[in-house]
Design a protein around this ligand. Structure first.
Ligand code: NAG
Ligand code: NAG
Ligand code: NAG
Ligand code: NAG
Length: 306
């Protein structure tokens, strides 16, 4: 078995170049952890009485006999192979119950090949692209003096990812341009065949107003480098409320004496912790008093010109 296998791998490498172009269309893509079915069609009349051997990376998985239309499965816990006549052709379906990249010898590829017992030159090979859909996306946001930064992380994705946000703002929809988002990937230390994927969006303070911000996020592996890749990803959404903080003034004197120091404290009584920008104004709302950003105002009492 082992000797046979090594020989087989050598043959695979020899013919790899010749059939690379057609593999993608024929074998399609497979989601890791999901069921995958490969259909092999043998045209009517060819190889009538021969056996067909099906191999995966790690060895033979089935033998089918065209004459009797039967298959013997050798790893029935992992694969199921069946053969049926469809319009004169023999159709062999190989079902992988749980597609994984890691189960196989080579890290990146899963290869299937099939060959006729009497003629290994006629073998064909198939290499579906295996992708890992990002799951369990965690989003964290931070409000700083610069603005709002939202970072969403998928612990695992393959191949490298893409993301975009749709942002609705008080229920009106707007799309954030990709220039204000950034993506980063890093190899997973414990499993370097996958990536960890971060997606960030930043909204600067100047465009933030108290409102309900609703973010819809799409995170997906870049398989064909096209917009349709989004269907192999995961969508998530979250709401961030930027509200006017509820403030009360405390220990603020009702009467003040000219040229004496006045002290007054502003308290945020919101139950949820919220980062606030504090500015102190006079009653006309125009004149900025000192100590901006501090919640304690200390100022020398001055008469304002009428
Ligand atoms: C598929 O295989 C992976 C890795 O061997 C395992 O962690 C996972 O639980 C399996 N999933 C199913 C649905 O059997
Ligand atoms: C083979 O699998 C395909 C896709 O899952 C299915 O449509 C087809 O009916 C199957 N054919 C046979 C012969 O089992
Ligand atoms: C966000 O997703 C929700 C459903 O999850 C949908 O109702 C809403 O219209 C989406 N918003 C945008 C801006 O696409
Ligand atoms: C995620 O949302 C995008 C558009 O916002 C949509 O095109 C795509 O089909 C959705 N993906 C999934 C897996 O639901």
């Amino acid at each position: 078995m082992c000797g046979f296998h090594e020989k087989f791998i050598n043959i695979i490498w020899m013919i790899l170049m010749a059939i690379t172009l057609t593999q993608e269309q024929k074998c399609g893509i497979a989601e890791e952890g999901k069921v995958y079915t490969l259909s092999l069609v043998i045209p009517p009349g060819s190889y009538k009485d021969e056996d067909v051997h099906i191999e995966a990376n790690h060895g033979r998985i089935a033998r089918c006999t065209l004459r009797t239309q039967t298959c013997i499965n050798l790893h029935s816990n992992l694969y199921h192979t069946n053969l049926k006549k469809v319009e004169g052709s023999s159709v062999i379906n190989v079902t992988v119950y749980n597609m994984t990249k890691t189960r196989f010898l080579s890290n990146d590829i899963v290869q299937f090949s099939y060959a006729f017992a009497n003629d290994y030159q006629k073998q064909e090979m198939c290499e579906p692209k295996v992708f890992f859909r990002p799951r369990d996306i965690v989003c964290l946001h931070q409000i700083t003096g610069e603005g709002l930064s939202l970072t969403c992380t998928a612990e695992r994705i393959y191949p490298g990812g893409k993301c975009f946000f749709l942002l609705s703002f008080n229920r009106e929809m707007s799309t954030i341009h990709s220039t204000s988002t950034s993506e980063s990937i890093e190899e997973l230390a414990e499993m370097p065949i996958y990536f960890k994927f971060n997606c960030n969006i930043f909204i600067s303070k100047s465009t933030l107003v108290p409102a309900l911000y609703h973010f819809n996020l799409s995170m997906y592996p870049s398989i064909y480098h096209s917009n349709t890749d989004v269907m192999y990803g995961t969508n998530d959404s979250l709401a961030i409320i930027l509200d006017h903080p509820k403030l009360i003034l405390e220990n603020c004197p009702e009467y003040i004496e000219e040229n004496k120091e006045v002290q007054c404290t502003c308290l945020n009584i919101d139950t949820s912790p919220i980062n606030v920008f504090i500015n102190w104004f006079t009653k006309d709302g125009q004149t900025v008093l000192g100590n901006a950003k501090s919640n304690v105002l200390k100022v020398k009492a001055k008469r304002i010109a009428q």
